[in-house]
Write a protein that binds this ligand. Sequence first.
Ligand code: GLU
Length: 308
Amino acid sequence: MTGRFAPSPTGRMHLGNIFTALLAWLSVRSQGGRMLLRIEDLDPQRSRAAYAEQLRRDLGWLGLDWDGEMPPQSTRSPVYAAHFAKLEEQGLIYPCYCSRSELHDASAPHASDGTVLYSGACRDLTPEQRAAKTRRPAWRVRVPDIAVSFRDGVCGPQTERLAETCGDFIVRRSDGVYAYQLAVVCDDALGSVTEVVRGCDLLGSTARQLWLFSVFGYPAPQYYHVPLLVAPDGRRLSKRERDLDMEALRARCTPEQLVGRLAQLAGLQPGPEPVRAADLVSRFSWERIPRGEIVIPANFSDGFRVFP
Ligand code: GLU
């Protein structure tokens, strides 16, 4: 089997990213599989090479290794273009001239993750109507009105009708950058990735990706969406939350202390005692991972000591 870490180099990892990376690594190592690293630097505005370098160092500090690195997404445009062309050949692509505010006015936001249901405003424009537009278009893929079902290894059985949740979605942005949904499918398929472990915030992207796998005729991976870690007051962690990012954590604790506390949150040990990631491999099982959000206890970093 092959798994992957797919971090975006848009900042220092925070506790949630670290938790996901740890579980992805433990799952692969407990199955004797191959681990790949892929830097998801699709967005040129937000990605920095220095963050990618720091990610590699932080993973190493945690004791999480990988067997190969896939080329970063910023170098893969020709691959994404070839897949975009396959969708075009099937008549599935059309230009969308809607502005951000038109998109937001026209549709109700989707409940769980903020995905907006596309109204279909540009779906059936005539060639004359298209020619009259001045805005640079984004490119959408037409989704059929079918249900996509899969069994997530953590969240259980899922079913989604794309036509009802997101509608036709963007596969290439108006600035020419290929969208995450397309890139991730190309990369996972061509990297022969069989297992995708990532944060629960991406559960809602999975049906779109599975549908693209089927359109391209690629076998789909097994998905595990890891519970989100939330602050004691229920807030979601983000990269802006500096007190639980890698920089702050590395200044205050050893990798074993950090991994020990995450292992407790993951149900892999009863207490927070320090442990090396490698020593958790034989204890790892997806059965033990809690379902639903995990609240970080207020005393999470009590007793961390400055690492000499
Ligand atoms: N690059 C995404 C992130 O850092 C993860 C995408 C994925 O695992 O499919 O959140």
